[in-house]
Ligand binder design. Structure first.
Ligand SMILES: Nc1ncnc2c1ncn2[C@@H]1O[C@H](COP(=O)(O)OP(=O)(O)O)[C@@H](O)[C@H]1O
Ligand SMILES: [Mg+2]
Length: 333
């Protein structure tokens, strides 16, 4: 299937707990733009407002404060020694954040803009529906559709794991296991000839790692996140307690992920006979540290995995794979 050149105005949107990413087609292939899905309150000052405007930083003045949204919020929170506020947690709109809807609408608006004439179709990513989470999922999905509807898009959703398959598995005719290890969740999808056969998520991902390392080291989770993103890798001599603890909770996340995939495979009745070994693709921000793939493969090997895997590979562009897959879905609509 030729993925480019169709539906030139199609849009793919990854609504993740950590990042919101928009993908569009460009002359060179695909074009991405992203914002951190967070915000921080700073005191209002006329000059601050002016600087934010000049720097094109998404923000919103509200009486005596300014809510700074998106990429700049992580660094500002660090300078102010606070945790950024988060419109989403564990893959869904955050029920403990009273401004979640207002803030996420602004971030999505800043990235997608108002739909021009004939713009779209737009596909946005949602987590897999987990057992016991159906009602929560319904609210999340419908609300995002509404937010995008207000911007003029007739939006449809695609589960995150399937988006990874659409993005990365053209070479195996969209057969294989797509995994996205993000901030709030790890999402998994097994697809057979592009049909999602099994999808699920686990609530252990980057935020879980940051929160737990913060609690055993006495740091803030946001500070741990910045350290992890700047320099964590596997198989190093752990220079300090933070890196050692990051290794422990990374192993915990990968172990849970592999064990859950195995359980789900074993309990999934009516799984089609796959015939031959299938590929597995890893993506998402939490899969970026050097050595992640090898650690995943080692844990997979120890697990006596029930399905033969032909290869484990990294997505070409781990932070953009979900948005790219959503765009592929929109292009072939
Ligand atoms: N270079 C990096 N090294 C390690 N972790 C990273 C890196 N970049 C991003 N992350 C982590 O990946 C997670 C976000 O991944 P992302 O795929 O954007 O998640 P989501 O789908 O939840 O928005 C966060 O926990 C973040 O700290
Ligand atoms: Mg994601």
């Amino acid at each position: 299937m030729n993925q480019t050149g169709k539906n030139a105005a199609a849009v793919g949107l990854d609504v993740g707990t950590s990042h919101i990413v928009v993908a569009r087609q460009s002359d060179e292939g695909f074009r991405f733009e992203s914002q951190l899905n967070g915000f921080v309150d700073i005191p209002y000052a006329k000059l601050t407002e002016k600087v934010l405007q000049m720097e094109n930083i998404p923000h919103c003045v509200d009486g005596s404060r300014i809510a700074v949204q998106g990429n700049e919020s992580g660094q500002l929170a660090e300078l102010l020694k606070v945790e950024p506020r988060r419109p989403m947690s564990h893959g869904f709109l955050n029920p403990s954040e009273p401004e979640s809807l207002e803030r996420i609408s602004r971030i999505i608006g800043a990235l997608c803009g108002i739909a021009g004439d004939g713009e779209g179709p737009l596909y946005f990513s949602v987590p897999a529906v987990s057992i016991g989470e159906q009602d929560h999922w319904t609210y999340h999905e419908a609300t995002l559709r509404q937010v995008l509807g207000e911007l003029g898009y007739a939006a449809k959703s695609i589960t995150e794991g399937l988006a990874i398959v659409y993005s990365e598995m053209e070479s195996s005719n969209y057969t294989g296991i797509g995994i996205s290890c993000g901030g709030g969740l790890c999402n998994v999808c097994l697809a057979y000839l592009s049909v999602p056969v099994m999808s699920f998520s686990i609530p252990k991902a980057g935020d879980f790692i940051d929160r737990n390392v913060a609690s055993v080291t006495g740091e803030r989770a946001n500070s741990i996140r910045l350290i992890k993103e700047a320099c964590f890798h596997f198989n190093g001599n752990f220079a300090d307690k933070i890196h050692q603890a990051l290794g422990v909770y990374y192993d915990d996340m990968i172990g849970t992920l592999v064990a859950t995939i195995k359980d789900q495979f074993q309990s999934c009745r009516g799984l089609p006979p796959l015939g031959r070994p299938i590929p597995l693709v890893l993506s998402g921000g939490s899969a970026i540290p050097r050595g992640f793939k090898d650690r995943f493969k080692a844990i997979l090997k120890e697990s006596d995995f029930p399905v033969p895997i032909s290869e484990v590979r990294m997505a070409e562009d781990p932070l953009h794979a979900t948005a790219r897959g959503a765009l592929v879905a929109a292009m072939i609509e």
